[in-house]
Design a protein around this ligand. Structure first.
Ligand code: FE
Ligand code: CA
Length: 517
């Protein structure tokens, strides 16, 4: 991978951080060091995070990097041809963090696009585009943003990400998690005749347990240029759900109840470190003592919208009734159960009730509507998904009661691999609207309606819309109305799928209700 002479050159470059001019003249690597692309995230009115990760050989140990810290130059420009550089500097790519680079750029103008790039030696990264937020004191007439997540590499192509990259005027994209799936390559699926069919693509590596496993999985996902395109074109607010660590983990509880908490915490730490390394997030989200305490955070868009990004995994109590899809059990009414930590819940309550913005949005992971999940006629009593808010009745009722009278709350959710829209009720009164975004690829092609959807709609009067295709959401927010477009793919099982708007659903301000077009 490296000749001895190249290694010596790199090793001798270590003390040159701060004085790197001598080493800039040469390319050190057999491969392109920016093969995993660039992205930006956690925008503020005066800046954002720009990200890259050095990996000349993404599928080799340490991405093919030598175990030394290296200086990476970065530039931010006000034009896409880099004629006017408005900020620049040098960041250190450290082996401890897999040679990831997170730069928190400041001093920029609000509510406008910028372009950025990185340089190492004679190698230059692709160009990324980022956007600052409006000032908190501004009154934006309109805001458009995207919602995406759940991207199982084995289930389909990421073509939806390429379409997302081409969506105009998105202020940001919210990612609800399942950026990777932790599984090894799985066995075949079966077609409608019961015959085995191959996955669309295959995971490399075993089930993810340690840092090298998770790093390799992210590297494989980012070898997809549709994903790279969406990452380079937009600024992201990333969150994590379960598959960044393990299916249905919560707190320090193994999702399969196989490892004791002190052992599972090591796996969680590895998964969270890899997530931090690959996401364009601030240093506040560096895992400390094996946990990320500050993933929940807020973004303000003038007086139009506040978005509270929630962490519904790290502080949650165990799923009741042994998890899964089950009939009611008494543990669903456990008064001590929690989805958010007390600190997170207090923070959210303060944000919701302070009345500074026209709209409040909760950007979170698992469904808040309590749905009877029966899909077959022989199921006699209601079935609940124990991994959703439905199974945590006390904290759910407590949160929905806080929304009474606000009439400006929209909840955005992922996890389900289907599109849903419906009402959230406190008592019998609608207090908010929930939009559940489908998946980029997880679940495969799908169809307009999954079998049993008619029963779901019949048994759940609060549910107004279902669709089982892949895609993402585009939310278009004005002071008077919130419109969510459900953008869906005709297919993900082969490359080149097309996107279309399956439904456009509007919430009038001041009236939790859904107008479906
Ligand atoms: Fe998922
Ligand atoms: Ca999930």
């Amino acid at each position: 991978m490296f000749t001895r002479r190249q290694l010596l050159t790199v090793a001798s470059a270590t003390p040159l951080i701060g004085a790197p001019a001598i080493v800039r003249a040469q390319s050190w690597f057999a491969g392109y060091p920016f093969a995993l692309g660039v992205t930006s995230g956690d925008p503020a009115p005066d800046g954002f995070v720009i990200w890259t990760k050095l990996a000349p050989k993404p599928f080799e140990a340490h991405g093919g990097m030598p175990m030394v810290a290296l200086p990476v130059a970065w530039e931010v420009a006000s034009d896409d041809r880099f004629k006017t550089i408005v900020a620049k500097g040098e960041a250190t790519a450290r082996p401890e963090l897999g040679h990831s680079v997170h730069v928190e750029v400041t001093g920029l103008q609000p509510d406008r696009p910028y372009w950025y790039r990185f340089t190492l030696g004679s190698d230059r990264s692709m160009r990324g585009r980022a956007r600052t937020l409006p000032l908190a004191s501004a009154s934006p007439p309109r805001l458009k943003f995207g919602v995406a997540g759940c991207q199982n590499y084995e289930d389909g192509y990421f073509t939806a990400f390429r379409h997302l990259a081409k969506e105009d005027d998105l202020a940001f994209v919210y990612h609800y998690g399942d950026f990777i799936y932790e599984y090894k390559q799985r066995g075949p699926d079966y077609d409608k005749d019961g015959l085995p069919v191959d996955q669309v693509r295959h995971h490399v590596g075993q089930d993810c347990f340690d840092l090298a496993d998770y790093r390799l999985r992210y590297a494989q996902y980012l070898s997809d240029y549709d994903l790279q395109a969406a990452r380079a074109q937009h600024s992201w607010f990333p969150t994590f759900d379960d598959h960044e660590i393990q299916n249905n983990w919560v707190g320090d509880i193994d999702g399969r109840d196989q490892s004791p908490a002190e052992i599972f915490r090591l796996r969680r730490q590895a998964g969270l470190q890899a997530w931090y390394e690959y996401m364009p997030v601030r240093a506040a989200m560096l895992p400390r003592n094996g946990i990320i305490t500050d993933m929940y955070r807020e973004a303000r868009f003038g007086d139009l919208l506040a978005v509270d990004f929630l962490d519904t995994r790290s502080f949650r109590s165990d799923q009741p009734c042994g998890d899964g899809f089950k009939p009611y059990c008494a543990a669903m009414d456990d008064a001590k159960a929690q989805i958010l930590s007390p600190e997170e819940e207090g923070w959210l309550t303060r944000n919701l009730t302070r009345g500074k913005t026209q709209w409040n949005c909760l950007a979170q992971q698992v469904m808040m509507m309590s749905l009877d999940r029966r899909r077959y006629a022989d199921e006699k009593e209601p079935i609940y998904n124990m991994d959703t808010w439905a199974a945590y009745r006390v904290p759910r009722d407590r949160l929905l009661a806080k929304m009474r009278g606000l009439d400006n709350v929209v909840v955005l959710t992922g996890d389900e691999h289907q599109n849903y829209a419906g009402l959230l009720e406190s008592g019998d009164k609608p207090v908010a609207v929930e939009f559940v975004s489908t998946s980029i690829s997880s679940g495969g092609d799908g169809s307009d309606l999954r079998a049993g959807s008619d029963m779901l709609l019949r048994d759940n009067s609060q549910l107004k819309f279902i669709n089982d295709q892949r895609g993402y959401l585009v939310c278009d927010v004005t002071p008077d109305a919130w419109t969510t477009q459900f953008r869906v793919m005709d297919r993900v099982s082969s490359a080149g799928g097309s996107i279309a708007t399956r439904a456009s659903i509007t919430v009038p301000h001041g009236q939790p209700s859904l107008i479906i077009a």
